[in-house]
Design a protein around this ligand. Structure first.
Ligand code: PRT
Ligand code: ZN
Length: 210
């Protein structure tokens, strides 16, 4: 038996469930439940907040998970990744007010930057030799410059319309992300075999879509 953790409700939920179904795995209705069992594969599905998924899999409470690389890497467990899934693609980007001059990344030296991704951003800035003060906030990061909290932000972008709507301009791509399958490090031999079956089916689903 494998326990797979997926996001309960959010941007990853629908595609995660669709992928499991496309792998030929059937399960009963998922609404209002915390977990459900597949009817034709030894799989139990747990519904969690995405931020909790890396930790649960790291600790073996769940054997597998589907989560964005942004959340996985920020949590500090990049090695749990076993398969890139090709959906929920987005990027983590730095943005500044549209009217501000931005000749290069050195423009951020000594500035305040609001983000929900202090670990990924901190490493990126260190690699660029830029020292800035990071303000970690968990939501509505894009309003930080307009309320005077920070001169720049670093947040998830997909279409770019949220930045535009807040008068901000994307200036650097810090990290590219997509949904990934993750696995706990201590699977039994039987569980490893089931995981390989799942990965094989997931790869076939992706190939069929190309
Ligand atoms: O409740 P829970 O904690 O489970 O969910 P959540 O609110 O933390 O996450 P959710 O559902 O918003 O996102 C889940 C994952 O989807 C993220 O971790 C990313 O891997 C991925 N993803 C893909 C995105 C986006 N695209 C995205 N556009 N996550 C967030 N956004 C937000 C972004 O934060 C910004 O506010 O959408 C806005 C920007 O979108 P554009 O299109 O205007 O650029
Ligand atoms: Zn979350």
């Amino acid at each position: 038996m494998l326990r797979l953790a997926i996001q309960k409700s959010g941007r990853l939920s629908e595609d995660s469930l669709a992928l499991i179904r496309e792998c030929g795995i059937n399960f009963l209705s998922t609404s209002y439940k915390l977990k459900t069992e597949a009817t034709n594969f030894p799989l139990e599905i747990l519904f969690l907040r995405d931020d909790d998924i890396p930790g649960y899999v790291k600790d073996g409470v769940a054997d597998l998970g589907i989560v964005g690389q942004n959340v996985l890497v920020e949590a500090g467990y990049p090695n749990l990744e076993v398969e890139a899934l090709g959906f929920s693609k987005c990027r983590l980007s730095l943005a500044v007010p549209r009217a501000d001059a931005y000749p290069s990344i050195e423009a951020l030296q000594g500035k305040n930057i609001a983000t929900s991704y202090p670990n990924i951003l901190g490493r990126y800035l260190a690699g660029q030799g830029v020292q800035a003060t990071l303000h970690t906030i968990s939501g509505s990061v894009e309003i930080a410059p307009s309320i005077g909290l920070a001169e720049a932000i670093c947040d998830i972008v997909s279409s770019g319309s949220t930045l535009l709507g807040n008068g901000l301009r994307e200036v650097e791509t810090v990290f590219r992300s997509e949904a990934v399958l993750i696995a706990q490090p201590n699977l039994t031999a039987e569980q490893t075999d089931l995981l390989e079956q799942l990965r094989f089916r997931m790869q076939a689903v992706r190939r069929a879509k190309r």
